[in-house]
Each structure stands twice: as structure tokens, then as C-alpha cells.
Design a protein around this ligand. Structure first.
Ligand SMILES: [Zn+2]
Length: 359
């Protein structure tokens, strides 16, 4: 999905940050330490090269980012953004659950994805252990309600509005009941892996001078985006953020051989080229929906168009954020592809879209 927004951010930088903190080595899965290389190899197959000066690929496990994170949190402790407090903490054996005890009841079972309530008390859904309680010294952060930001597509604005008030709370940042050699330590406390990626924008601003970001999230991650907006407002109000919310993809009929495990190389085989993949991904983004359906007839249409070997001479221009939803509109792209199939490109808008997708 991230390839569909390749031309965003005024065409200046394409940023691919990876959240690898918290991942553990698991049999059959990519090792967290090699995730960044594996990801950039896949992007390379799509023509997005880490050697390009406009492409930034990095992970929250990189040593440079980790040092930035530690020093930023350290400064936040000194300035009072973070504070220490002693409180009752509920936790499980596997360490996935670590939550202030008073939150267990106030958040409610329907919003607690990791724990469920039984007759004898709360248990962890992963390790099935009961939740234990202890009194811990913790590091916390007080966040305000996330400010209003530009949200694309427009129909997701109410959803952002409904979650931005939930960021106004005290967030537990430290973890005392899980430890791993790769966890980030500040002073004597382990930092929650989910907090570690939240300084990506501050880091990119400090390292590259970027002040204006379009943050791309799936429909089920808008609350993470709101928390990020709230944290950035608190720590670096000069950074401007827009949010692009992409639908999830329903793979549906898998007869074309496309499934969750399909690699970029296999997609190239199915669609004929890296350009074919990018058109296919762009067609998958149905902005008026929360879940887009894969349409297998798109594959034939794309292949016929690629065979047509259409050449355009348009000067490539940066895609502006306000034009994004229109340019990546499924019906507009389909209209263009049908023009190409008939070898009759007459329309300036259509030409522009093919440049946008394939450049
Ligand atoms: Zn557990």
C-alpha cells in the first residue's frame, strides 16, 4: 500500500520508517535485525531505491535513531514532559500486558484487546496467565487532546475527530515486567516498544530538516496517528502533519495466486512488471470504503495496457496533497487504462495520472 503514495509529500522525500522494536525472533518469520534490508530489497523491485537521495528507509532499531530516542526522552524527563510516578500495575507472565490497574476497569473489556475477564479475574489472551499486581516506579507522559489536522479521505474526518479526544490521558511509557536484550533503556527503565517509533517525525526533522509530513495509516490505526499528532504537538509544535487513511484490502477470491504471503517477485510475475504492480496497488485504493476488494479483472486490463507501450512526454511534477485523492481515484485510473487500451489518450488528466502512477 505504501507504494501508492510514492509521489506524496510534494515529491521531495519518500520515507519508509519501520517499527521493528518489540518484534522477537520467531521461526519462519524475518529476523527483526534484517527486516530493514528485506523491506528495502522488496521496494527495490518496485523501482524505489534506497540509493536514491529522495528515498529514506530506516528502522527504530537503527543505532542512530536509538541514540536520538534515548536523548530525546532523557531531555523530556529533565524538562518535565515525562514524570516518574509510583502506581499499581497489572501484568501477565508473557509481558504483553502491563497496564495501570485502575485502567483495567476504566477502559473496559471491549477495548482491551489483550485481556479478558473471567469469573476469577483478568487473564492474558496470549499466555492465559492471570494478571498479577505490583507497586512499581513508572515513567508516564501526559498527552493533550490531539489537534485538528488535514485528513484524507474526507469521510474519515469524523473517525479522527472521535479518537482525538482519547489521546488526552496519562500514558504509561515504561515497562518493568518484560525485558529483552534489544529493548531501549532510559535511566533504569525499559521503554515501551510502542513508544519507540513515535519520535520518527522528530528524528526526520532533526536529521533532514523536514517539517511537513503526510502520515499514512490503515483505517484500523487512526488512534495511533492521533497519539502521534498529540505527542508531536507537545514535543515539536513546528512540525506540520496531515493524515492519509488507506482502506484495508480484502483479498477475496485467491484464484489469481495473490495472498498474504505473496512476494513482490511473485507479483511481478503475475502482473508483468513493477509498473503493473504499482497500477494494481493504486487501483486497490477505493477511497470511499474502509475495506477495498481485489478485482481480478484489473490484472488483465493492466497487462493489455502495458502491452500497448504507451509513451507520454509530460513533465513529471510533484503530486500535491490536495490532488492526491483525485489522482489515486480508482474510477479515474480505470478510465485512463481504458483509454490506453484503445490507444487514444486525449485527456490531460488521464495522462497526468499515468505519469503519477508509473514514474
Ligand atoms: Zn501474557
Amino acid at each position: 500500500m505504501v507504494n501508492c503514495i510514492y509521489r506524496l509529500c510534494e515529491g521531495k522525500r519518500q520515507i519508509f520508517p519501520i517499527n521493528a522494536r518489540g518484534l522477537r525472533d520467531e521461526p519462519g518469520k524475518v529476523e527483526p535485525s534484517t527486516l530493514c534490508d528485506k523491506y528495502s530489497d522488496e521496494l527495490e523491485l518496485l523501482g524505489i531505491s534506497k540509493r536514491s537521495p529522495s528515498v529514506i528507509i530506516f528502522s527504530d532499531r537503527d543505532s542512530e535513531y536509538t541514540e536520538f530516542l534515548k536523548s530525546t526522552i532523557g531531555e523530556g524527563i529533565k524538562s518535565g514532559i515525562y514524570s516518574y510516578t509510583k502506581q499499581r500495575i497489572s501484568y501477565c507472565s508473557c509481558g504483553k500486558i502491563e497496564i495501570p490497574t485502575f485502567n483495567l476497569d476504566s477502559i473496559g473489556e471491549d477495548r482491551l484487546k489483550l485481556a479478558s475477564r473471567t469469573q476469577s479475574g483478568w487473564i492474558c489472551k496470549f499466555c492465559n496467565s492471570e494478571l498479577y499486581e505490583s507497586s512499581d516506579r513508572t515513567l508516564v507522559l501526559d498527552l493533550d487532546k490531539a489537534p485538528k489536522v488535514h485528513v484524507i479521505p474526507m469521510f474519515q474526518i469524523p473517525k479522527y475527530e472521535s479518537v482525538r479526544s482519547t489521546t488526552s490521558r496519562t500514558v504509561l511509557i515504561s515497562r518493568s515486567h518484560r525485558s529483552h536484550a534489544n529493548d531501549v533503556q532510559v535511566e533504569d527503565l525499559t521503554i515501551d516498544p510502542d513508544h519507540c517509533w513515535q519520535y520518527f517525525l522528530n528524528y526526520l526533522q532533526a536529521k533532514y530538516g523536514i517539517n511537513d509530513f503526510a502520515v499514512v495509516v490503515g483505517v484500523n490505526q487512526i488512534h495511533f496517528a492521533a497519539q502521534l499528532v498529540s505527542l508531536v504537538k507537545l514535543t515539536n509544535p513546528n512540525i506540520k502533519i496531515s493524515i492519509v487513511v488507506t482502506p484495508l484490502i480484502n483479498l477475496g477470491d485467491l484464484s489469481a495466486g495473490i495472498n498474504r504471503e505473496t512476494t513482490t517477485r511473485q507479483l511481478i510475475h503475475i502482473l508483468g512488471s513493477k509498473i503493473g504492480i504499482r497500477i494494481f496497488l493504486a487501483l486497490l485504493v477505493q477511497w470511499s470504503r474502509e475495506i477495498s476488494n481485489i478485482c481480478l479483472s484489473d490484472i488483465d486490463l493492466i497487462k493489455k495496457c502495458l502491452d500497448a507501450k504507451v509513451v507520454t512526454n509530460l513533465k513529471t511534477e510533484a503530486l500535491q496533497l490536495q490532488d492526491f485523492e483525485f489522482s489515486f481515484h480508482r474510477q479515474n485510473i480505470l478510465r485512463l487504462l481504458k483509454f490506453i487500451r484503445q490507444r487514444s489518450i486525449k485527456d490531460g488528466v488521464a495522462s497526468r495520472i499515468i505519469e503519477t502512477i508509473t514514474t
